[in-house]
Design a binder for this molecule. Structure first.
Ligand SMILES: *[C@@H]1O[C@H](CO)[C@@H](O)[C@H](O)[C@H]1NC(C)=O
Length: 398
C-alpha cells in the first residue's frame, strides 16, 4: 500500500488531483465549521492501543534499549506534564465541553495540571468555571505583549498587503490568527507558567475524545524516549504555506549541523527530482510532546530563521506545518509517535482505533460522522488525503 502511494507521488497528474481533492475537502471543512471553531476564526470573518515500544530497531537493525531518563521520576504516579490551551473568554462554553471530554476519558484518573493562555485577561467567570472542571490545578496566564504583535523587522505595510491578498482564504485577513500561529510556533513554552514542565498536551475548544485513554500518553513518551505524538496527519492548503518550504530548504543549507541524520523529512517531501513539499503536516490541535525539543538550540535556530523570513506575516503559515517540519527535520524519526488508539474528533477529521476489540476495550463512541456530514470520515487515517502513509514511508516501513 505504501509502495503504491509512493509511485503515485511520481505522477504529476495524480498529485494535482490529490492536491485539488484535499483543497476542496479542506475548503468544505473550513467553510462549514467557521462558527464551530474558536473566536480567532470569527475575528477573521469580521476583519473582512498505545504502542509501547520498549525496544527500538536502529539503522543496522540492531535492537537498542530505550533511553529512559532516570532523573524524570514520576511524581505521585504523575509525569512532569501539563495540558495547555490557548483560549479566549468568549470560548468558555466550547472549552468546558473539551475539558469534560478530557476529564471523562483520561484526567479524572490522573489530575494533571492545565495551563490556559489568553492574549487578554481572563474573566473571573472564566477562571472560576474552568477551575471547577479541571481535576488538576488550573493555571491562567496572559501572553506577554512582546509575543503578540509585530516584531520590529516586519514591514507592516507588506503584512497589510498580504492580508488583503489573502482575504478569501480562511483566516487570510486575520492579524490575531497570525499572532497566534507565531506564538504557538515560537514562544508558548517560554511563558514562566511552563517552566516547571517537561511534557505538554495541547487541547482546543470543541474537540472530542471518543475512547478511554488507558495508557498515559505522557508516560508513553517518557518510557519510550519519544518526543512528539500526534493523532491526525493531513495535507495543508498549499496556498497558505507558500515560502515555508523554501525557507526550510535555506535553513537546511545554512545549518546542516542541526539536521538529524536519521530524520523523517520524507514525511513532508515528495520523492523525485524536485523534492518539493507535499504539504503533509501533523494536526497540531492535538499534540503531546517533549518541551525539551522546543527548548533546544536546533529548534530555536529553525524558528528564528523562519521568523526572520517574515512568512508568519507575509504569508499565513500555521503552527502545525511549522512544528511538523521541525520535528521531521530535527528529530530522530523514531522519536515521533502516532497515538493510533486515541479516539479524537476535531470536525471533520476523526481518528478512531481500527481494531474492534480495542474499540470495545476502550469504550469507544466514535461518531459515525459520514452519515451526518458527508465529507467527514469515520477514520481519517487511511483516507487518500491522510498523510499517515507518508509517515510510515518516512519511518522506512514501506
Ligand atoms: C520538570 O521538568 C522541568 C523542565 O524540564 C524541570 O525544570 C523540573 O525540574 C522537572 N520537575 C521534576 C519534578 O522533575
Amino acid at each position: 500500500m505504501a509502495r503504491n502511494l509512493r509511485s503515485l507521488h511520481l505522477q504529476p497528474t495524480i498529485i494535482t488531483i490529490i492536491v485539488i481533492f484535499s483543497f476542496v475537502l479542506l475548503g468544505k471543512f473550513y467553510s462549514g465549521s467557521v462558527n464551530k471553531v474558536n473566536s480567532y476564526s470569527e475575528e477573521a470573518n469580521h476583519e473582512n492501543n498505545v504502542h509501547h515500544a520498549s525496544t527500538r530497531i536502529n539503522e543496522n537493525h540492531r535492537v537498542d534499549l530505550p533511553e529512559v531518563d532516570t532523573q524524570e521520576v514520576p511524581h505521585n504516579g504523575r509525569e512532569n506534564a501539563t495540558f495547555i490551551t490557548l483560549a479566549r473568554n468568549e470560548e468558555l462554553e466550547a472549552l468546558l465541553q473539551s475539558i469534560d471530554q478530557v476529564e471523562k476519558r483520561f484526567n479524572k484518573n490522573h489530575h494533571y495540571d492545565w495551563v490556559f493562555f489568553n492574549d487578554n485577561d481572563f474573566t473571573e467567570e472564566f477562571i472560576q468555571r474552568v477551575s471547577e472542571r479541571v481535576s488538576g490545578e488550573a493555571k491562567f496566564g496572559k501572553i506577554p505583549d512582546q509575543y503578540w504583535g509585530y516584531p520590529d523587522f516586519i514591514d507592516q505595510k507588506k503584512a497589510a498587503d498580504t492580508r488583503e491578498r489573502m482575504k478569501d482564504v480562511i483566516y487570510g485577513s486575520s492579524e490575531s490568527y497570525r499572532f497566534m500561529c507565531r506564538y504557538e510556533s515560537g514562544f508558548f513554552w517560554k511563558h514562566p507558567l511552563m517552566d516547571n514542565y517537561r511534557y505538554y498536551w495541547r487541547v482546543e475548544p470543541d474537540i472530542k475524545f471518543t475512547c478511554d485513554i488507558k495508557d498515559d500518553p505522557f508516560r508513553v513518551l517518557r518510557e519510550t524516549g519519544k518526543k512528539y505524538g500526534f493523532t491526525l496527519a493531513l495535507y495543508e492548503i498549499p496556498f497558505v504555506v507558500g515560502g515555508l518550504w523554501d525557507a526550510t530548504r535555506e535553513f537546511m543549507e545554512k545549518y546542516p549541523e542541526y539536521i538529524h541524520p536519521h530524520n523523517a523529512i520524507r514525511f513532508a517531501r515528495l520523492d523525485g527530482d524536485d523534492q518539493s513539499y507535499n504539504n503533509c503536516h501533523f494536526w497540531s490541535n492535538f499534540e503531546v510532546a517533549d518541551l525539551d525539543f522546543f527548548r533546544s538550540e536546533a529548534y530555536e535556530a529553525y524558528f528564528n530563521h523562519l521568523d526572520r523570513s517574515g512568512g508568519f506575516f507575509y504569508d499565513r503559515w500555521g503552527d502545525a506545518p511549522v512544528h511538523s517540519l521541525a520535528v521531521s527535520l530535527l528529530m530522530d524519526r523514531n522519536d515521533l509517535h502516532w497515538f493510533k488508539d486515541v479516539g479524537y474528533y476535531h470536525p471533520p477529521f476523526q481518528n478512531c482505533p481500527v481494531d474492534p476489540v480495542v474499540r470495545q476495550e476502550l469504550n469507544c463512541e466514535c461518531p459515525n460522522i459520514p452519515d451526518v456530514d458527508p465529507g467527514s470520515w469515520y477514520n481519517f487515517a487511511f483516507e487518500s488525503n491522510s498523510c499517515i502513509m507518508d509517515y510510515y514511508i518516512a519511518l522506512g516501513r514501506e
